[in-house]
Design a protein around this ligand. Structure first.
Ligand SMILES: Cc1cc2nc3c(=O)[nH]c(=O)nc-3n(C[C@H](O)[C@H](O)[C@H](O)COP(=O)(O)OP(=O)(O)OC[C@H]3O[C@@H](n4cnc5c(N)ncnc54)[C@H](O)[C@@H]3O)c2cc1C
Length: 176
């Protein structure tokens, strides 16, 4: 039985890679062509932010973050820079996020505006700051095609173009 996924963008490509690793045949439906810039999964600098208090999001992040390392190892390419993220400004409860991160095994620290200004001299802070050192910058331009490349090497898979810009089904090998 095949799994049908919509899109060859970020979520579609990553889910297809993981499903193919589990031996599932995947069919991807895409409106445009792989590598298009009509969605949101492109650019060298995307923010991998961990600053959530919802347990279901944090559980997903516990599973997702190591997969970026796995993608790097399997492709021999760097896709994620663990440079950390600072969250500041109006926020209902930075301490609540810090506690939730702590409970899920992610490093998180609250700093005063003064302490944060000392640490990151080029930025201006007016509120407390949440520092998450394991967050960082993800290169979507590299990671999304790498997911598809691993998918290709996993076996025969088809992409069906739907919508107005393309109409034929094509083998993935013809597209990337
Ligand atoms: C400007 C901008 C910046 C962002 N920055 C970040 C960030 O830094 N960090 C972050 O985590 N998130 C960011 N996001 C959110 C971002 O949308 C998601 O993280 C992620 O890129 C979404 O991936 P996706 O595959 O779900 O969606 P998309 O990349 O939007 O892909 C959707 C795909 O579905 C296809 N599609 C749509 N309709 C059909 C159809 N009818 N038939 C077939 N195919 C169809 C599209 O062609 C496209 O390929 C940003 C969003 C925007 C708009």
């Amino acid at each position: 039985m095949s799994t049908l996924l919509s899109s060859v963008a970020g979520n579609g490509s990553a889910a297809a890679w993981q499903l193919s690793q589990r031996g599932r045949e995947v069919v991807l439906l895409e409106r445009f062509t792989p590598g298009h810039k009509e969605g949101a999964s492109h650019g060298a600098s995307r923010n991998l932010n961990l600053s959530y208090s919802e347990p279901n999001y944090l559980s997903l992040l516990q599973r997702a973050v190591p997969l970026w390392s796995e993608l790097e190892q399997e492709t021999g390419t760097s896709v994620f820079d663990e440079v950390g993220v600072v969250t500041h400004g109006a926020h209902p409860s930075l301490t609540g996020v810090r506690d939730a991160l702590d409970a899920h095994g992610f490093a998180a620290e609250i700093l005063s505006a003064e302490a944060a200004s000392e640490r990151w001299g080029g930025m201006r802070f007016e509120t407390d700051v949440l520092w998450t050192p394991q967050a960082g910058r993800l290169n979507a331009d590299v990671s999304v095609p790498r997911c598809r490349r691993l998918l290709l090497s996993a076996g025969p898979t088809f992409v069906t173009a739907s919508g107005s810009k393309a109409s034929a089904s094509r083998r993935m090998t013809g597209w990337w």
